[in-house]
Design a protein around this ligand. Structure first.
Ligand code: ACO
Length: 329
């Protein structure tokens, strides 16, 4: 008897309406379009409305992904939301999304916390749970309202990030299709917490005020840059080896959209032309866990990812965490 395979059978994305350009950023902090674009490749980002929560963006993206998969909410029995900006510390954003989408009560709902690698972590988790035979259709969502954890006086971080959501539906490979999740690989380096973190607001420093670390993202950009280049190379080398695939067989690389210079260095390492990489960070900046599912959805709808083709996903983020996945469409 052949082992059932699972594939990404639907995708969806949502971005808030409000656009904040680099020129707008220059009115908020001491920066310029020239500095931001030349160092990162970012031109603009989206900012959610005050009443628009991470769960609202997640629900919007998931609704489109469900429609794309031809499924109803009643057919979903697993829902995982990857986010570092949950609506609340408790309960999970996945449970809030469950209520907003009308997923049935037998759906297992929980969040995954792996920052910008969160979508790859959630993908591997959902895939393993589906392969156990105990679940059939999973919604995997990456959603972030990063504008709420930015220090809007810190030009070294606030220019880099934006708000968005992306979602995929994972289910049994449809009859006659060769689509499947081919492999995934996850890593973490917990000793490097302070390179990229939100020091306040958790149980270590629950009460915010004078002398207490702020509830804003702080980053040692240079160190994170070096880590990202080094470990994304490891992550792509390992997944290709694990799945016995040559880099040249990959039709479209969908990297975490943090910095164009980091993406260029992965392209050099893989010896693949830039056309094989899907990049949309100029319009959205770094949307953390939403970055890869948002890019996947745009790449599919724009014809850059076609049925039968092979995609390599790779991400890095706070933790420090990193990971990769190979997906046949
Ligand atoms: N505008 C103008 N000048 C700036 C800005 C800005 N927005 N930000 C920093 N500068 C200045 C600095 O103050 C510094 O000035 P100085 O030389 O007078 O001290 C100068 O620019 C150089 O700063 P660096 O930090 O050394 O600049 P660098 O070339 O390293 O680029 C950057 C910074 C873009 C942040 C880069 O290091 C990077 O991309 N790092 C990786 C960040 C990343 O991808 N994070 C992902 C997070 S994933 C997650 O899990 C959330």
């Amino acid at each position: 008897m052949s082992v059932p395979t699972f594939a990404l059978i639907g995708t969806g994305a949502y971005v808030p309406e409000r656009v904040l350009t680099n020129e707008d950023m220059a009115k908020i902090v001491d920066t310029s379009d020239e500095w931001i674009f030349s160092r990162t490749g970012i031109k603009e980002r989206r900012i959610a409305a005050p009443q628009e929560q991470t769960s609202d963006m997640a629900t919007a993206a998931a609704t489109i992904a469900l429609r794309d998969a031809g499924l109803t909410p009643a057919q979903i029995d697993l829902c995982i939301v990857a986010t570092l900006t949950p609506d609340l510390l408790m309960p999970s954003t996945a449970c809030i999304v469950q209520a907003k989408l009308g997923l049935p009560h037998h759906t297992a709902c929980f969040d995954v916390s792996a920052a910008c690698s969160g979508f790859i972590y959630a993908l591997e988790t959902a895939w393993a749970m589906l392969q156990s035979g105990r679940y059939r259709h999973a919604l995997v969502i990456g959603a972030e309202k990063l504008s709420t954890v930015m220090d809007w006086t810190d030009r070294t971080t606030c220019v880099l990030f934006g708000d968005a959501a992306g979602a995929v539906v994972i289910g049994p490979t449809p009859a006659g299709s060769t689509a499947s999740i081919v492999g995934t690989k996850l890593y973490s380096e917990g000793e490097n917490t302070e390179l990229l973190w939100i020091p306040g607001g958790g149980s270590a420093h629950p009460h915010l005020g004078p002398g207490v670390p702020p509830r804003f993202m702080q980053m040692k950009g240079r160190e994170v840059y070096k880590f990202a280049v080094r470990e994304m190379e490891d992550a792509v080398r390992d997944i290709l080896e694990q799945c016995n695939v040559d880099a040249d067989e990959v039709d479209c690389v969908v990297p975490h959209q943090a910095n164009l210079r980091i993406i260029d260095s992965i392209a050099k390492f893989l010896q693949l032309p830039p056309e094989r990489f899907f990049v949309n960070l100029e319009r959205y900046g770094n949307t953390s866990a939403a970055s890869i599912p948002l890019a996947i959805d745009e790449a599919r709808r724009g014809g850059r990812i076609q049925n039968g083709s092979l995609s390599l996903l790779v991400a890095f983020g706070a933790g420090l965490t990193y990971g990769s996945a190979l997906v046949r469409w």
